[in-house]
Design a protein around this ligand. Structure first.
Ligand SMILES: [Zn+2]
Ligand SMILES: [Zn+2]
Length: 238
């Protein structure tokens, strides 16, 4: 598998990241990636960039040698209706959008409420990727979630950082196993994301790949080595 993309990365701009965009670009290039996604947290996450940040992406060049930069967001799901913390006028300017649940932004609900929030977010026409659906604080009905992802033609993220032993998202391993089994059952693709908050982890998916091997997940459902399929999960022409 020749991994060529990492669409889940953060910079110093999010307030709790430690590398600049320049450092991330250099790290992505060094890791042999062809696509790097800048997915900064939405404005509702404390310390995150304000709305203007997302409106100003026009000033960022998108091509660096063989590396293509995509400027997007990890928008925050704000309620069980799947509403996001970025308005449509900003979402439409972004190259792509991941939607995720974070405790600062939405109180964990029942399995039904969390599942509803996630599905509603995926029904947003700008959202094509659901971030870290593996957090035990937000129990999910994986059957329902995966079937909805298939319906909406969205990708579910396999978040490498969720497998870190010190991740705040506890239970990642068990939840990811269920997620992968269910995705395999319904033929729904997964996108590995490093969720890097420092340049050194960009393009590194060791823990995620180990899980993939463990559950014998079909390689044809992994998107990271298939640039020809990326166009379906972003909102721009590649
Ligand atoms: Zn997140
Ligand atoms: Zn993130």
């Amino acid at each position: 598998m020749k991994i060529c993309m990492d669409l889940h990365t953060h910079t110093v701009s999010c307030g709790h990241g430690y590398s600049t965009l320049k450092e991330n670009i250099e790290a992505a290039d060094k890791a042999g990636l062809l696509f790097l996604g800048l997915s900064e947290h939405g404005p509702a996450l404390s310390g995150g960039p304000n709305a203007m940040y997302f409106g100003n992406y026009k000033c960022i060049p998108r091509q660096y040698g063989t590396l293509r930069l995509l400027c997007g967001a990890e928008a925050d799901i704000m309620d069980y209706e799947g509403r996001l913390d970025l308005e449509e006028r900003l979402l439409e300017k972004l190259d792509y959008v991941i939607a995720s649940m974070h405790v600062i932004c939405v109180t964990p609900g029942s399995r039904r409420e969390n599942t509803r929030a996630s599905i509603k977010a995926m029904q947003n026409p700008y959202v094509k990727i659901l971030g870290h659906p593996d957090d035990s604080r937000y129990p999910l009905d994986y059957e329902e979630l995966v079937r909805a992802a298939k319906e909406e033609q969205a990708a579910l993220e396999l978040n490498n950082a969720s497998l870190h032993p010190q991740s705040a998202r506890q239970g990642g391993r068990e939840n990811i196993r269920t997620l992968l089994d269910t995705c395999a059952k319904y033929g729904v693709p997964v996108l590995m994301g490093s969720d890097s908050h420092i340049c050194y982890s960009i393009g590194h998916f060791e823990a995620a790949l180990e899980m993939i091997r463990e559950v014998d997940f079909p390689e044809e459902l992994i998107l990271n080595d298939k640039p020809e399929r990326l166009g379906k999960f972003v909102n721009i022409d590649l």
